[in-house]
Design a protein around this ligand. Sequence first.
Ligand code: HEM
Length: 514
Amino acid sequence: MVTASATLSALALAAAIGAVISFVFRTKVDSREPPIFHPKIPFIGHIVGMLKEGPLYLARVSANCNAPIFTLPMLGGRTYICKSPQIAQLVQRASSTLDFDQLIIQVTPRMVGSSKETRQKLLDPTAKEEGRKRISELGHDVIHPPLGVHRISGIVALQLEHFTEFVNKIQDGQENALFKFATREITAASMHTFYGPQNPFSNNPELIEAFWDWEAGIVPYMVDVLPSIFARKAYYGLEKCVQGFSEYLEKGYIKDAYCILRDRQRIHEEAGISVPEQARLEVALSFGFNGNAGITSFWVLQNIFARPDLLSQIRDEIRENALVAPDTISFTKLRDACPLINSVYRETMRLIAPMPSARYVLEDTLLGGEYLLRKDAVVQIGGSIIHHDASIWGPDVEEFNPRRFLYSSSGSKTNADGSVTDKNQVHSAAFRSFGGGASLCPGRHFAQMEIVSLASVMAYGFDMLPPKGQSEVAWNPQRNEKQFPFAAIKPVREVHVKLQRRKGMEDVKWMVKP
Ligand code: HEM
């Protein structure tokens, strides 16, 4: 009896202490801040949720909230999650106080293990008061303009030459793991295009695998607890790439790189960043060139080849509108006269690239005169929520609808039967794959060119058949939705195929031209 009542008292005491702790440590919010969702475990509950469930966690919390933006308290601070395109647009417009760079400067060095000294040079806390631009701002000035749609013809031609050589080397009957096939070719081609013929990956092709080893383990690597043990593959992959880039920089091969890289290296040099530390920053930028584009290329190929009717319609579209000679496909024609393949490309990204654009709140900001965002908080545009909102996209929001972007690059809301018309255009800020506002991905034109071109020449010139021992190709792997929302979503497994030139095209030497 005594034991039972002692146990009850202990439990009551523990519950009371828990309630007091959670009350005392609850993040205090201003009544004008977006509605707050307290986690069950104070401080870390939302972080644990996101690590365990990935973007699905945000969708679950969001389902309980009617407001277009809400607050998640974390580690004594707060993150605002915005779930409507209208609010996303307001966030994008407030770029003077909601800053992209501040977060990138914190995240990038962690991705590649930069030294404290480099981190400090990048943060450059006195730059503003001393009237200087930070390294990231100088980088922005040299990277964005040369990636504009009218200035990329030279790098487009280089990338397409690489693809041409690659597809013409394909052996009939060659078996491939499709994810590896697409990601490795995008990596080899874009490293060649951006860093020149002596790029570290062409001098040492095993660095391509090292790069993807690092990419696969970036999140555990960034946790930064003995990464050589707990994120072993990522750690050694990164170190190999750093070594390759160090040699490349020391030998001066960067003289043959695209201007954005030469100019950026000059900025790093002038800031006194050492060569091995510059090499780390080059690995980080390579992630921008290769990561998302490689993963997206896989999904576009899989989404087309898994649907025989769609494959046939795309072949018709290419033949009628983009085939400028029996052996030549033109990217300009693909871009301007092939709405279906471009719609497939964007619909693929809606499902696998719901990017969480994040901004650091530099000063208290009243969004749309209504929602107060407090200084030093983070605001995230919940791509994973917006891309799956049926009120925006229509009742088939969870399905792949190849026609969703046929009439508008923003997409159209589908009708009850899944049909798409030129009406009901979706809000322009609802498509989150390339972010938006001042930091809208500058590589988006290049990305469209490479992904659509590679998919088109494969679709037009080749069949994908079951590999030996399989009666059919195991298409449609699940998306790894639990993946931490860092880059485009990967498949949970590979898709194995046998490549074969199409009947009647066995001897064609393909050419993809700008
Ligand atoms: C499917 C492929 C790609 C996707 C999904 C993608 C997505 C993104 C996103 C979401 C951002 C952040 C924007 C924001 O939060 O507002 C970004 C930034 C950036 N992307 Fe891309 N990207 C892709 C391909 C590329 C390519 C091919 C390049 C280079 C040629 C590139 C270069 C960059 C750069 C330099 C930034 C930083 C912009 C800044 O600091 O202002 N991206 N990208």
